[in-house]
Write a protein that binds this ligand. Sequence first.
Ligand code: FBP
Length: 568
Amino acid sequence: MKLESGYLLKSNSNSKIMKKSALQQARAAYRPQLPIVLTGGVKVVEGQPTQSVADQEEIKKLFPNTYGLPELHFEKESNDAKMEPINVGVILSGGQAPGGHNVISGLFDGIKNINKQSRLYGFLMGPGGLVDHRYMELTSDIIDEYRNTGGFDIIGSGRTKLETKEQFDKGLEILRELNIKALVIIGGDDSNTNAAILAEYYKEIGAGVQVIGVPKTIDGDLKNDVIETSFGFDTATKVYSEVIGNIQRDCNSAKKYWHFIKLMGRSASHIALECALQCQPNICIISEEVEAKNMTLDEVVDYIADAVVARAAQGNNYGVVLIPEGLIEFIPAVKALISELNDLLAAKADEFGAIEPEAQREWVIGQLSEENAKTYKSLPAGVARQLTLDRDPHGNVQVSLIETEKLLSEMVGKRLEALAAEGKYKGKYATMHHFFGYEGRCADPSNFDANYCYGLGYTAANLIAAGVTGYMSSLRNLTFAPVNWIAGGIPITMMMNMERRHGEMKPVIQKALVQLDGAPFLKFAKQRDEWKYNTCYTYPGPIQYFGPTEVCDQPSLTLVYEQKRRKY
Ligand code: FBP
């Protein structure tokens, strides 16, 4: 169903009367910087054939047409020959991340540079728009409204998982009708996994449609040796760091609360770690470390209570604790429980669905192994129930719905009561709870994300021009000025391994978790005891869009520390 041009624009905001803030107006004029190699004619240089990160034989068997492709990078070419016009489709998939609109504007400008007659179609509300044939043409008027803005509202996003042949075939109908020869999927690890599967299928049946992925997610867990960071991480962590800094200042002024702050990021703790590096809170829990040290929930609680007791002894009954939202999944006993629950609920979905909600807890306990039933019973009823609720379409527990910050602060409170009874703690313990996630996902992109996203979109257009499929758009060298960034494409199969999903082994992009021997974690670990007992808060302040480069253009500390080792 073709929707009137500008459908979402109008339905969202009645754009004709939409009032623009002063910042919006000034920001619209920002011109993202492109890598120098993309500013004229471009030549494609092939690297060596690639291998998947693990399970090579299985992945090769599943992707016979797109496995082993070479890495590509672009070099400058004196001849900027124009090509035939091309029609391209674009999809925003999954959670919002700052900069998505700039990927689309970079893609738009890139295909117009190939040929002015090229056309861009946006599929509405995520991958579902492709299957249901809901789309709109993105014209220059619409694109100009959204340059350098946050959000995904230009075409909307959704979490429909593209996985069946029927969906792929249904999608192909509309692609053929619109004469679309390339589809760009802007998404996280799961959506890019599906992009690779779609690319393989279209290649196998000779559909004549290229599929290109773009690495998006505030979580920062779609990265590896060849994809330095996903877009949105930089802006989102800057927004959270601003607010954490403000809370720290409030906390240090009133000196009466312990603030428990949960931060988005799904499984990985990259967001919490980056915010800790930026703000120097008293405590930041890193889920990956909890797992590696085989810690129990009680041990995590003891670690926090230790800080509360020590600070109270100095008369400081206040502090800040950062908690990654995926923590609960990383407590080894809970992880084992979730894994069994995933298989159980996949195998007996109908039986479970037919049980009255009040009886579900007992039914689950009766089905689980003894060890996991014990863990399940030990969790507060609300948290245990959350673990049995619907997964997202990719099979993930919806960790953002679990109130870990309250769970921990209550458990710490109980521990302090016990310590007080033993005469080991004298202090006041008043708490505040926060959850930062949605606050940062649609912020106007920082200069870094504005440039990075525009460049990723423009690179995607060049990959389309190169005629390749099953590639992810890539920019590297990101701690240098954008003009020096290296643009190219990485075969998505290179990032894949086999993992258990919904009770079956599936090919998926390997998630990047915090590496405990990586530079960002080591920097944090070196300083955290100092931060824990003393008050060493730093206050990053709001994102600056205009001003000196050291204030406006700095990439995340995670990227800076990770890339220090790397030489190009
Ligand atoms: P993506 O992985 O799709 O980028 O989404 C990231 C995220 O923001 C997570 O941090 C969070 O757990 C989840 O989305 C929340 O999902 P929803 O938007 O469905 O509430």
